[in-house]
Design a protein around this ligand. Sequence first.
Ligand code: ADP
Length: 668
Amino acid sequence: MPPSCGQAELPLPLARYESIVQNAVEGIFQSTPDGRYILVNKALARMYGYYSPQHLLSEVQDISRSIYVDPKTRQVFKQLIEREGEVRGLEYEVYRRDGSTLWISEHARAVRDEQGRVLYYEGFVQDISRRKKAEMDLVAAKEAAEAASRAKSQFLASMSHEIRTPMNGVIGMASLLLDTPLLREQADYVETIRQSGDSLLTIINDILDFSKIESGRLELEAEVFCLRDCVEGCLDLLSLKASQKGLDLLYEIADGVPGSVRGDATRLRQVIVNLLGNAVKFTERGEVFLSIRCESLQAGAAGCASPVRLCVSVKDTGIGIPPEAQDRIFESFTQVDASTTRRYGGTGLGLAISRRLVELMGGRMEVESALGLGSEFRFSVILEGLEVAGGPAQGGLRSHLVGKRLLIVDDNPTNLRILGKQASKWSLAVHAVSSGAEALECLRQGARFDFAILDMQMPEMDGVMLARQIRALQGAAEMPLVLLSSMGRPEAEGDRRLFAACLTKPAKPAHLHELLAGLVAPSEAGAARSLAAMGAGQPPVPLHPTRVLAAEDNSVNQKVLAQMLKRLGYRADFVANGQEALEACALQAYDVILMDVQMPEMDGHEATRRLRARLRSAEDPWIIALTANAMQGDRERCLASGMNDYLTKPVTLPKLSLALERVRQARS
Ligand code: ADP
């Protein structure tokens, strides 16, 4: 049959297009610039809740009002088309016929006449309600998780506060008690209390740190500090423990490592102390060797900072770690084997924290270990290098040492190498031997030296035995001898007299240099300084003229503070809250106020704000916050209230002394 006349039959291809449009899975439309649909397909009608395309076309007269949940969407749509020529994936919410809503994604373009005027828009839309719901659920879940994490941090902050406050009393009072006359048994008990207090505090700090890192709340400081002081400070902390175990604690800082750097000294110290602490803990015999070098040091212009990668290694000759446990130990609360490591104590958090801290500082941490032979923990961090170290021997004293002959006797090859290298840098002529027998042999053959360093702990012949034999030798009887020991000085007075000086391991280059220089030129100040460095008596503490007020509500903490201040040579008045502090300041001027932050009636912040508002003179007191809060931002809050400094509890004698020293420096 021919095509029916009168009725415009679509040519076949057009019918196909019509079918594609009508039966497409996506909604397809054409709409006029004033907001009416001129064509919609079945999918769109279904999506928007209408029976058929005709139903939708007849009911929806104004797209902006009937379809868009936000009427401004039409405006956005038109602006996009004008600016970009099309819209792609425009997502918005629309009303269905029954008033419910759904989210759609729209692609559309404008069809224009020859003058460029828009005739109509056409495009297609997809129902994305499911994806949108999933996204919104995700956002809600994330917000809920963040709220939970904030609550957790808040809980930790208050828990840490609650535990630290009484700990201040326990640790502080135990330390003070230890300085009073006690029976041996009593001293033992008190020492146990103090040590347990310290361990508890370490655990609290570890948990707090770990939570801060986990919740992304740990921010690093960027302060300028002396790298050598930082490293030597870490070694000082461990030297007693190492010497009690008879271990050689050694270190070497390579040439080219900057003298001062910018970074977070506290966190760097925390990582090094953790590794050194573990090394000493898990080593029964031999040595713990800390070495530091610098990679990719870019030479900056004078005074200019350049980034450096500091590479630190802590190597021990201890029990070692089996290969299968070497990854595991970096996880939180993990120890190699609870049954064997239980006797060493610890929480299994130290390495997890250290590795995360190192990563925060732009580096990484790894371990190499052989069971029964020892372990080496290596890590790197990125710091800003400010100045290349000159070393302790670049100054005027150097001339005294040039060309002097030094004999070093030590069975430990690492120590022999480090000492030899150090002394050669000072232009000393070094002869190093590894036993007393070798030393005696070479002296008997006529070799002469200006001084000798003897290690105390050597097999067969120890440092004291060797010294006795050297003193009996003709020609060497007068040679100044320096005893190098992990254990401090020899017990017997007679043995002590064999030596010009005793040095505790690890020997700091600056000390060693001063000591040797003092031996060469004993009349000079160097000798006096050497004696001081060796721990000659402390001068008595004079009474400071500084007027101190302490505001602290806890009576135990008041007692601790009073004793510490007395020990440091300060007299203080005490009040129990912020209100009383204000009253005391009205009666008398104070130079320093130690202000507890949390107090009843009026807290430290409020008292400080009121004091600052009232006084406003150059003679204002220096206010030091005392707080058990160790969370991020506490320091800033204290400073914002008008305080000058900040001490976290438990307050210790060195911390308090440093804080008061800072007052003196700031006021001088
Ligand atoms: P902690 O020492 O508090 O238990 P760490 O995270 O610092 O926690 O160490 C985890 C475990 O790794 C230790 O318990 C120990 O089993 C192992 N370990 C760490 N350092 C050493 C080391 N130098 N030698 C042997 N084992 C080590």
